[in-house]
Design a protein around this ligand. Structure first.
Ligand SMILES: CC(C)(COP(=O)(O)OP(=O)(O)OC[C@H]1O[C@@H](n2cnc3c(N)ncnc32)[C@H](O)[C@@H]1OP(=O)(O)O)[C@@H](O)C(=O)NCCC(=O)NCCS
Length: 188
């Protein structure tokens, strides 16, 4: 059966890093600097990895300084090629998310990024799969913006369901979309 994914996938090593160590910290920062402007709003305008207010943020410089300093203390799943970081996913454990009146404790993915030349080879899928295998919570949560087709396709293919949406939250016409995955669904 034909799929959109190339058949040849480069072999990568996936590792968990509870606190980011050198040289991986430098490599993650470099990746964020090269991809930070793809995020909406850009990471360089943000002060936190799970910031509530994402509208009307002003560009101060082009480096994700404050964002990175918080991120670097979070746990990571890293994808390594010859020992170098080519993609990462970072998360927060025990993160509360409301489903209606119900308060769920989730593993919350704050940031995922794959180096542009490594995309469409299933690397992000593998990062999520590694997290799912080791997550301490039954639920995984993540948010994105409504024009991020890559992330939304990826989440839907992994079985995440839309939990909530805040219209025009990023700017006029761009919503914040919250996704939730119940890992016990995979076992059924
Ligand atoms: C989103 C991102 C992490 C996806 O990484 P990736 O390694 O290319 O994703 P995968 O190869 O695992 O693709 C997973 C699925 O998403 C689809 N997909 C990936 N990129 C896509 C795109 N640009 N448009 C449409 N679908 C896309 C793939 O076709 C695949 O679908 P399939 O399983 O049905 O074949 C990557 O594009 C990225 O780093 N973007 C910039 C940072 C970002 O947006 N992070 C998320 C912020 S919330």
């Amino acid at each position: 059966m034909e799929t959109s994914r190339p058949r040849e996938t480069p072999s990568l090593e996936y590792v968990f890093e509870i606190a980011l160590r050198e040289p991986h910290a430098v490599e993650v920062r470099r990746l964020l600097e090269s991809c930070g402007s793809e995020f909406v709003p850009p990471l360089s305008t943000r002060t936190s990895t799970h910031q509530a207010d994402l509208r009307g943020l002003e560009e101060r410089d082009n480096r994700p300084g404050e964002y990175f300093s918080e991120l670097s203390h979070q746990p990571f799943v890293l994808a390594l090629s010859d020992g170098r970081v080519v993609a990462f996913l970072s998360f927060i454990e025990d993160y509360p998310v409301m489903r209606g009146e119900e308060r769920l404790v989730t593993t919350y993915v704050t940031t995922i990024c794959v180096a542009p030349e490594r995309r469409l080879h299933g690397v992000a899928t593998d990062l999520y799969r590694h997290l799912e295998r080791d997550a301490s919570s039954r639920y995984l949560s993540v948010r994105t913006w409504s024009t991020n087709a890559a992330q939304m396709t990826l989440l839907q293919s992994l079985g995440y369901r839309e939990l909530a949406r805040i219209s025009d939250d990023r700017c006029e016409g761009i919503d914040t979309v919250f996704y939730l995955k119940d890992l016990s669904d995979d076992a059924r």
